[in-house]
Design a protein around this ligand. Structure first.
Ligand code: HEC
Ligand code: HEC
Length: 187
């Protein structure tokens, strides 16, 4: 009986030892995310303005987006295909990898632009500095082009992977969304 218990415990320890291989697991993720740099940038600066910054983005948000692209809940000609190359079990390590990077320094306007009155409501979820917090993503410093396209996609129901955002975006005029995108990109 005791012998069996010892065998079971040391067996479990051996399994744990095999599972806990941090060094090679990290190498493994690094290899898997190489492909992402082609568009999202070697140093976190995307190669074009329509591609969002993912370095330093909120981890829970990154997990959800990769999951949503894979599941077809968020659709994009590029990311829908690429996300299928990331397995379900790799979603969290890949998201953790990018969330753990530092948001690339942009060129914040100096002095900071005056906030349009329409952004007050956004702070409840995107936080007063617009750097996000679970489950809302960071918006400060994303490009004007990407912000506008994301906001418009919620407003015209092409992006439907959230309950609240379409409602907030429809409540704004196209001109107000444009003003907000300019403001947030300059932070
Ligand atoms: C060929 C270019 C390209 C490659 C390669 C690529 N992406 Fe993207 N990615 C994009 C574009 C463009 C978007 C914006 C899509 C949209 O508007 O829905 C995007 C969006 C995203 C988003 C959503 C970010 C947000 O703010 O909502 C995540 C997360 C993401 N990509 C992760 C990855 C990961 C992880 C990889 C590697 C496995 C990767 N991407 C590879 C072009 C690319
Ligand atoms: C009730 C909370 C809440 C409020 C208020 C809110 N948002 Fe969001 N927003 C979210 C969440 C959560 C997401 C992530 C949705 C998803 O899962 O794709 C999001 C996503 C976004 C995105 C997409 C970012 C990306 O990387 O693709 C933009 C842009 C955005 N919000 C802008 C705004 C603006 C501008 C306002 C104010 C007018 C606002 N939001 C108000 C919760 C909120």
């Amino acid at each position: 009986m005791f012998k069996n218990l010892v065998a079971a415990v040391s067996g479990a320890a051996a399994v744990l030892a095999v599972v806990a291989v941090p060094a090679s697991a990290a190498d493994d993720v690094t290899a898997k995310v190489q492909v992402c740099s082609a568009c999202h940038g070697q140093e976190g600066v995307p190669i074009n303005a329509t591609t969002p910054i993912i370095w330093g983005q909120q981890q829970s948000y990154l997990v959800k987006q990769l999951h949503d692209y894979r599941a077809g809940d968020r659709s994009n000609a590029i990311m829908s295909g690429i996300s299928k190359g990331v397995t379900q079990e790799d979603l969290r390590p890949v998201a953790a990898y990018f969330a753990g990077k530092t948001w690339p320094a942009g060129h914040p306007a100096n002095p900071a632009p005056a906030a349009p009155a329409t952004v007050a409501i956004c702070k409840a979820c995107h936080q007063p500095n617009f750097e996000g917090g679970p489950p809302a993503p960071r918006l400060a410093g994303l490009s004007y082009e990407y912000l506008l396209s994301a906001m418009n996609a919620f407003a015209d129901d092409t992006r439907t992977n959230n309950q609240d955002m379409p409602k907030f975006m429809k409540a704004l005029s196209a001109q107000e969304r444009d003003t907000i995108a300019h403001y947030l990109s300059a932070l």
